[in-house]
Design a protein around this ligand. Structure first.
Ligand SMILES: Nc1ncnc2c1ncn2[C@@H]1O[C@H](COP(=O)(O)OP(=O)(O)OP(=O)(O)O)[C@@H](O)[C@H]1O
Ligand SMILES: [Mg+2]
Length: 258
């Protein structure tokens, strides 16, 4: 199959099961959101897709290649790009240099073409004015943008976004959503997006997955998944996600009114 397939992957850290025979597929061009309570295993799932983590069992395939045991750099060249929940730029390098490394190592662009690609991506992510600034001097929003620029500069077919909207103001979230939507329209890339800011997801994705205890407990249209009993059950009682449900018009009060 074209795209990503996770086939019964299992991963445990001691007694904590972060993936429990988890099966999932994402086709090229899909936009899929991922929600789940803190510690549900969302970031670990990304690790197994990008190659930072190896599952104990099961298989990861991308465009028909078995990538389960391949290094992150190889998977990146196959078209899997990711951002990290905690941004990881090369701090002493400039914004431009950070993006250039991604273009050269990830997209294998060379010479002038790599400079042009890095410059284009910085324009798209609103970082052109900061190109010469050392990454260490960036604020949170700018670091999140750089994280996105570095991932886009690898020219992914599948972009994994891990909480890129966290900590941003409402207008900043709107800007970010527009930027990701534009990248999808331009390059036709698939997106798998972990986010606690549910508004950002419902504005972008047509499918939502909810993870809990290493299993998929919801998969379908975003509002239907958020409204399902199993999903409400794991979310209620957690403050951040109760807020998220209210934000989507699905809080406990909304239920009583219905
Ligand atoms: N390298 C590791 N070693 C041991 N335990 C780990 C490791 N990575 C993650 N865990 C544990 O696995 C569980 C899932 O962590 P993970 O970061 O995947 O969750 P998450 O769904 O991304 O959470 P959050 O919403 O807080 O980002 C947590 O209990 C975490 O402490
Ligand atoms: Mg996480």
């Amino acid at each position: 199959m074209n795209g990503l397939e996770l086939d019964r992957i299992t991963k445990r850290f001691g007694r904590v099961t972060v993936a429990d025979e988890l099966t999932l597929s994402v086709r090229h061009g899909d936009a899929v959101g991922v929600v789940g309570p803190n510690g549900a295993g969302k970031t670990s799932l990304f690790g197994m897709i990008s190659g930072d983590l190896r599952p104990d069992a099961g298989e990861v395939r991308f465009d028909g290649h078995r990538v389960t045991l391949l290094d992150p750099s190889v998977r990146c060249r196959l078209g899997i790009g990711r951002t990290y929940q905690v941004p990881r730029p090369f701090l002493r390098m400039s914004v431009f240099e950070n993006t250039l490394v991604a273009a050269q190592q990830g997209a294998r662009a060379r010479g002038r073409a790599s400079y042009a690609l890095a410059a284009r991506v910085l324009g798209e992510t609103g970082l052109a004015d900061l190109a010469g600034r050392p990454a260490a001097q960036l604020g949170l929003l700018q670091r999140k943008r750089l994280e996105l620029a570095r991932a886009l500069a690898t020219r992914p077919k599948l972009l994994l976004l891990d909480e890129v909207a966290g900590g941003l103001t409402d207008p900043e979230v709107t800007e970010l959503v527009a930027l990701i939507t534009a990248a999808r329209e331009r390059d036709g890339l698939a997106v798998l997006w972990i986010e606690h800011v549910v508004r950002a997801l419902t504005a972008t994705v047509d499918r939502l997955i909810c993870l809990a205890g290493g299993r998929v407990i919801g998969d379908g249209r975003p509002l239907e998944v958020l409204a399902s009993a199993a999903v409400k059950d794991v979310f209620l009682g957690t403050e951040a996600t109760a807020d998220a449900l209210t934000e989507a018009g699905l809080g406990p009060d909304d239920d009583q009114r219905a």
